[in-house]
Write a protein that binds this ligand. Sequence first.
Ligand code: GA4
Length: 323
Amino acid sequence: VALSNPLMEQFFVKPSKPNTTPLIIPDIPLIDLSKPESKHNLVKACQDFGFFKVVNHGVPAKYITKLESEAVKFFDSPLSVKQKSGPPNPFGYGNKSIGRNGDVGWVEYLLLNTKAESVYPDNFRGVVNDYVTLVKNMACEIMELLADEMKLQPRNVFSKLLMDEQSDSVFRLNHYPPFPQFQENETNGRKLVGFGEHTDPQIISVLRSNNSSGLEILLRDGSWMSVPPDSESFFVNVGDSLQVMTNGRFKSVKHRVVANGTKSRVSMIYFGGPPLSEKIAPLPSLMEEEEDSLYKEFTWFEYKKSAYKTRLSDNRLGMFEKI
Ligand code: GA4
């Protein structure tokens, strides 16, 4: 029984912040990739929210459906079978435990390396490769539109990092299973944490989920906004590295997933990261005269190493901010 079991307590959102209803519920920025004039809105979305929704993205539905059905099949298989693809450090199947420092969530997942030589569970290699190639191309198109609109030269300043053979990108399949006690209202109106609040360390993240709610983003006023599901669109968020490369102009948005309880949520996320040796620093062509970097110098390897020592909700960039 949920409430009488203290072990279950760790799966609920801690009611720390009193203000949880947004004062104004903003519209999620909508970017139509078939319209080049969306460039302007794209930059604005990265500055104001660090988050937007992409339509007319050009990724054919069949690649998405194929991967989703492989994912559903995998998560439906017996735990003992899934565990053969674990543990998740650095890559593989994980269940309820996230990262290395005690974070938990009502979630099971497959964390995969996008490099060619990596090991995948049965049937996943081809479908994941196809999907990642398409989504990576879309992410690069977005990054080039951003560079264009910001008049950055060359226009592939960002996208070349994702296209690099050494790009340290990650792919993740998440399954948020139904919560058995939910119907009996034993959650007492409290929110069950699927994936706790955090920012993504990479440059850019591209998420697709099935038709179930759960994703929430943190607004500037400190309230959480629930993102209505849309299985035909992609949701994109700015990561910590892009915040640094734009010297804080773009915001790495805090987000979380609240488990819906009654319906399974399946999401697939491409995290576009730079090569390990890449220096993460504000782009010189973007800096105004006299403008100083807000951050100490670091490589992606250094950032990643330090990120893995943190808890999910920690402010990971904090340690690299100049005071
Ligand atoms: C968040 C973004 C990606 O899912 C991820 C996550 C990683 C993990 O699940 O192992 C981390 C998390 C993420 C941020 C801080 C560290 C590392 C768990 C954690 C506590 C794969 C990533 O790159 O960073």
